[in-house]
Design a binder for this molecule. Structure first.
Ligand code: IVH
Length: 689
């Protein structure tokens, strides 16, 4: 294919894919299969790779992301991004309506829309092309998140038709569907569990609600990651210097024709009665939507009337929000129980009389910690209000004091571990109580063994959680090191109970025993960095374990390292270093490691002799950017095996930027401004000879 043909084909595919994106994401009427669509996209990507200069700046292939942004550029809004006044009841809405009537008379209409619970975005289009996407920021200026927004499939890169203004802004809301939120948060939970985080650390890191998740996603630096988050957007307001038509209602319809996703749930209302009906209708309907809304927005329809009404300093006078109350129910507190995590952290849990709330039955609510119980002033048998205020785990918001029994006793936080009886400790400045008995408290021991055998750790998948619990209860294993002492005869036909509530007997047959022992044997080949992760040192996840293994090379060196030695490793903070030192301060943990060593586990790094190593790049930091003759991962490996260090962003202390094809112009500018050595792949090869 010659260049001219390639250009024509790239343009043709771009147009075709844009058309199918519109059919799929906006009209929900795909006319080709996913397979055919992927094929078109692949063809386009292949051609763009071969002829990069013909790639359209708004190519649909960019919807899979790829641009890395370290810091978002600040952009001043041409029209400030205002917020809306809030109302919570019909009286307040009537006051709003009266104010409008006083100002412009009685001849006007409203448009009622849903108030999407996401984050506001402003998109700028020039000659039908998306040129910029900016967050609300402080209303005056926001972050330029164009690369990330381009990955959102329902946002058109190129508009349809030809009757759009040459230059305009459209505002809307970026959000995440509830199902996507659940799926991604569950995946994140699994990852964190596998990395060895305890329940409290996991809860801290999980996203609290879809809005937080969407907002966190939009601020990510790697747009490829953003594209995996499946964000979505509804557009709801146009700003243009030349007027397109006379009313907001017409604009919404026009926006939909140009290819924007406009929600179907809007309605022209002749007066307040219609508005109240809309509000009531969606207070029920919102439970069936696939995304969160937190109210309704009411806007005066006609643009001239909007202009007449004008703005206050912060909000338009022609629009207002009506906010729904978070759904809340009251129910009885049966009991407060306490869970013990792998690290000994105690979590109090309110066990409730089951009650229906926002479509699910709620039986339990987390009480987080002792301070929360104190804040609620919780008493036995209290009637409590439970809310799902945008958060997935229900929360107790208050106690219904009118229903408290006169002799009700205050809930006293436990002093001793519910599982092993050891006195709990609460370190100064920390909110959590801990059971310090990490060498004998059953859930801590079992939790540590479960972590040890996990897929990303020793990967002994023939041993499940139930068997581990069973073997522990019988007394065959107390620590993970005991796994390596298990014998065939001990396990064959061994019986133990499984299940939390309904206890069932299970016995190990010959085949299972063989599998278990084979799995344990095979784990002796697992590389050192994963063994280190498997040990279950607090805050030592997979990545930290890799860094420690690389730096210290064997377990003895790590065990004898000082806090400073550890904290000196790039991107390992004081807190992690402190936990590592604390772990090896315990005689019992050192003994565990000795036992693992004696059983033949990999307690040191094994160098791959086929890879040529050097320290030619020792002490130097590198950033690789763009496309190279080898994969970026291979290039990074080359840097590492020659003693160099890879970093993720440009800063003053960076020694070399290795620039490949298609490196972003902003990165190049930043590196030039900071006087950083910019070298090509060939020059890099020169460095390592
Ligand atoms: S109109 C000047 N319409 O709510 C016009 N806003 O509390 C302002 N929002 O910042 C926006 N759904 O992020 C409008 N259908 C909708 C909306 C909506 C959600 C958000 C928006 C705004 C905030 C104001």
């Amino acid at each position: 294919m010659n260049a001219q043909e390639a250009k024509a084909q790239i343009d043709h595919l771009t147009e075709l894919i844009n058309h199918h994106n519109y059919q799929y994401y906006i009209l929900s009427r795909p006319s080709i299969s996913d397979f055919e669509f992927d094929k078109l996209l692949k063809d386009l990507e292949t051609l763009e790779k071969a002829f990069p200069s013909f790639q359209n700046p708004n190519s649909p292939s960019l919807k899979v992301g790829g641009d890395i942004t370290k810091e978002f550029k600040q952009v001043k809004h041409k029209y400030p991004m205002l917020s809306l006044g809030n109302t919570y009841n019909e009286e307040e809405l009537t006051e709003f309506d009266n104010r409008i009537r006083k100002s412009i008379g009685n001849d006007f209409e409203y448009v009622c829309e849903l108030k999407f619970d996401g984050l506001a975005i402003s998109l700028t289009y020039e000659n039908g092309k998306l040129i910029r996407a900016v967050t609300r920021g402080d209303g005056v200026q926001g972050d330029d998140v164009t690369a990330n927004v381009k990955t959102i499939r329902s946002i058109p890169h190129q508009l349809r038709g030809n009757d759009y203004p040459a230059y305009f802004e459209i505002r809307g809301e970026i959000f995440m569907h509830l199902a996507t939120f659940d799926k991604l948060n569950n995946t994140l939970r699994k990852e964190l569990e596998e990395k060895g985080y305890d329940e409290d650390e996991i809860r801290e890191q999980l996203y609290k609600n879809p809005r937080n998740f969407a907002s966190g996603s939009l601020k990510m630096q790697d747009s490829k990651e953003v594209s995996k988050r499946n964000l979505d957007a509804f557009l709801y307001f146009i700003y243009a210097d030349e007027s397109v038509n006379e009313s907001h209602h017409e604009s919404l319809q026009k926006a939909a024709q140009w290819g924007f996703q406009v929600s179907d749930h809007f309605q022209l209302c002749r007066g307040l009665e219609d508005v109240f009906d809309f509000i009531k209708k969606y207070d029920v309907e919102r439970k069936n939507l696939s995304y969160d809304i937190d109210g309704v927005v009411i806007k005066v329809n006609n643009y001239f009337q909007q202009q007449e009404l004008g703005f206050t300093a912060k909000t338009p006078r022609w629009a207002i929000a009506y906010k729904y109350k978070a759904e809340s129910v009251s129910t009885l507190l049966n009991e407060v129980t306490y869970q013990v995590g792998r690290t000994g952290a105690i979590t109090p849990v309110a066990n409730l009389k089951p009650v229906q709330l926002a479509g699910t039955t709620v039986k339990r609510a987390s009480l987080y910690n002792a301070d929360e119980i104190e804040r609620l002033d919780l008493h036995e048998n209290d009637t409590v209000f439970v809310e799902k205020g945008g958060e997935i785990i229900p929360k107790i918001t208050a106690v219904d004091l009118s229903k408290r029994l006169p002799d009700a006793k205050k809930i006293e936080y436990i002093q001793n571990c519910p599982e092993c009886g050891t006195a709990l400790i609460r370190a100064e400045g920390e909110v959590m109580h801990y059971c310090p008995n990490d060498t004998a408290c059953p859930p801590q021991l079992i939790g540590k063994i479960e972590h040890f055998i996990g897929r990303k750790a020793m990967n002994i998948d023939s041993l499940g959680a139930e068997t581990v619990t069973g073997l522990h209860q019988i007394g065959l294993i107390k620590t993970y090191a005991d796994l390596y002492e298990l014998k065939y005869e001990q396990l064959l036909d061994l019986e133990f109970e499984v299940g939390d509530t309904e206890k069932k007997k299970r016995s190990l047959k010959a085949k299972s025993v063989e599998n278990i022992l084979n799995g344990i044997e095979a784990s002796k080949q697992v590389p050192f960095e994963r063994v280190l992760f498997a040990l279950g040192i607090r805050m030592v996840g997979e990545t930290v374990a890799k860094k420690l293994a690389k730096q210290f090379e064997n377990i003895d060196k790590i065990a004898n390292a000082t806090k400073e030695d550890i904290a000196n490793i790039y991107e390992i903070g004081d807190k992690i270093a402190e936990n590592v030192v604390k772990f090896f301060e315990l005689e019992s943990n050192r003994n565990l490691c000795e036992k693992l060593k004696a059983n033949g586990l990999q307690m040191a790094i094994v160098h791959d002799e086929s890879i040529e190593r050097s320290d030619k790049l020792s002490g130097k930091s590198f950033l690789v950017s763009g496309v190279f003759s080898m994969s970026r991962d291979d290039l990074k490996k080359l840097i590492e095996v020659n003693g160099g260090r890879n970093v993720g962003s440009i800063s003053k202390s960076l020694d070399y930027l290795i620039a490949g094809d298609k490196m972003g112009p902003e990165k190049l500018k930043k590196a030039t401004d900071l006087n950083i050595n910019i070298i090509s792949e060939d020059e890099f090869r020169g460095l390592i000879g």
